[in-house]
Write a protein that binds this ligand. Structure first.
Ligand SMILES: [Cu+2]
Length: 199
């Protein structure tokens, strides 16, 4: 019985070990954002400005919902060339326009309908609604697909990173932080504190 159990355990360990190399080739960052006011720990975008390998931007479509009279998510990082699908989930009409970059007005549409916009240039685009002037969200168009947003506790994670030296940029709607230099190693996550200050 004991021998069988030991055999089973060693088989299990073998399968775990053989499945490890693919993961161990890359590294990750486990970050924590600090801010003067705790609620401002959320919504910080941390992104790769420079890394050991060039990562293709890719082509993705992400959704920015208008629900309960708020844009969700409020902070939406994307890579240059990606598409944002603006969805209205409310039983009232919403509009989407921006005063930034190419300054578009996508129009006003009812519940269940959506419109798309391709962001060809990097930059920060405030999304506004002509029907509800307190609605706002930020589409932050980056020159990298490697980014993360901090949660309400200030936690964020960047994974699938090639080992090496990185320069990271930080964007926050109200606060700021200097660029960060960090060395990522394969395997265990690299801890990274980020301290936000007044811009
Ligand atoms: Cu609206």
């Amino acid at each position: 019985m004991l021998i069988r159990l030991l055999t089973l355990i060693s088989l299990l360990l073998c399968s775990v070990i053989t499945s490890l190399p693919a993961v161990a080739d890359t590294g990750s960052i486990a970050g924590t954002v600090a801010a003067p006011i705790p609620k401002h720990r959320a919504g910080a975008i941390v992104y790769v400005k420079q890394g050991p390998v060039a990562v293709p931007l890719g082509q993705k479509t992400v959704t920015l919902d208008q629900k309960g009279l708020v844009f969700t998510p409020r902070i939406l990082p994307i890579a240059k060339g990606w598409t944002v699908e603006f969805l209205n989930s409310d039983p009232v009409a919403h509009n989407v326009y921006t005063i930034d970059g190419e300054k578009y007005d996508l129009g006003t549409w009812p519940q269940g309908q959506k419109k798309t916009h391709v962001f060809a240039k990097s930059g920060v685009y405030r999304q506004l609604c002509k029907v509800h002037d307190d609605m706002i969200s930020y589409v932050v168009v980056l020159d990298t697909p490697q980014f993360a947003v901090s949660d309400k506790d200030g936690k964020f994670a960047l994974s699938g990173l090639a080992p090496g030296s990185y320069t990271l940029g930080v964007w926050h709607e109200k606060l700021g932080a200097a660029d960060l230099s960090v060395t990522v190693t394969a395997g265990a996550p690299t801890a990274l504190p980020v301290v936000l200050k007044a811009k």
